[in-house]
Design a protein. Structure first.
Length: 281
């Protein structure tokens, strides 16, 4: 892999993330750029890449299971009245160029291609910021523009008939440990209480680390959270939960998620303070 295929994110000179732009992956995994490993300031890895339970989970990135029938998530496709089905409908997100590339972040252009045609053009903006001596923030914005001549829509297994499976959008596959992580919001606790609901932030706490996910725009906060803790640790923001998300020709869907990456197990009050510091108006 050449130096042009990776970018290292740094906070105060310390590496905290490696961004792979052109991964060599089989088509079935819906190849796409990803961040892995992402670490705390103390160096604890808080992402996983192609774990045994879900080979198509690739660290931190944007993954969508249904863009007008094309799979940009990887693995099987959920087919209504049929269930998860192996189809040859996988797309790929292709890195075009960095418009900006600094030690603490970058602006990237990507092309979402399936069956030889470009469906979406993405501008991705990623920035790493120090918050305290034990926490930093990953600010991740993606803008998806329909570059076709007709309307597109983004769906999920939930919109295709599988209740509770509204994954698709920003997704963070977290570190799997012997015990499931604790998951909580300001007023709720547990995967079953939080999954599929709205909250200004969701925290995932492992043995020595905490991840705090916050929607950073009003539009992003309208998307429910996709949360897994018991089967595997992962958090995403759902673009299509009850209904498909339409994107007309030339129109752009924009979402911004800020994730606080912290050492230690952090409680609600401190989490809320870190979110306020991380998410600027």
């Amino acid at each position: 892999m050449t130096p042009h295929d990776t970018a290292v994110l740094r906070v105060a000179g310390r590496p905290v993330g490696r961004y792979v732009t052109r991964p060599e992956l089989p088509a079935r995994l819906s190849p796409r750029p990803y961040l892995h490993p992402v670490t705390t300031l103390a160096g604890t890895a808080v992402t996983e890449l192609s774990p045994a339970d879900h080979a198509h989970h690739l660290g931190v990135g944007v993954a969508v299971p249904d863009v007008e029938g094309s799979n940009f998530w990887g693995g099987r496709t959920y087919v209504r009245d049929q269930g998860p089905t192996e189809l040859g409908n996988h797309g790929a997100q292709r890195h075009s160029a960095f418009q900006l590339r600094d030690p603490d972040g970058f602006v990237e252009e990507l092309r979402w291609v399936a069956a030889g045609a470009e469906l979406l053009r993405e501008r991705r903006t990623v920035a790493a910021t120090e918050l305290t001596d034990f926490a930093w923030a990953l600010d991740f914005t993606f803008s998806l523009t329909n570059v076709t001549s007709g309307p597109l829509s983004i769906g999920s297994p939930a919109t295709n008939g599988r209740p509770g499976a509204a994954y698709g959008g920003f997704f963070w596959r977290a570190r799997k440990e012997a015990e499931a992580p604790q998951v909580f919001t300001i007023d709720r606790e547990g995967e079953r209480e939080i999954h599929g609901t709205h909250a200004s932030w969701v925290a995932l706490t492992g043995s020595t680390w905490t991840l705090i996910f916050a929607g950073a725009t009003e539009e992003t906060r309208q998307d429910p959270w996709f949360v897994r803790a018991e089967e595997y640790p992962g958090v995403g923001s759902s673009l299509a939960s009850e209904d498909r998300l339409p994107v007309q020709p030339g129109e752009t869907a924009v979402r911004r998620i800020v994730t606080v990456v912290a050492d230690g197990r952090i409680g609600r009050l401190e989490v809320a303070a870190l979110v306020r510091k991380a998410v600027s108006p």
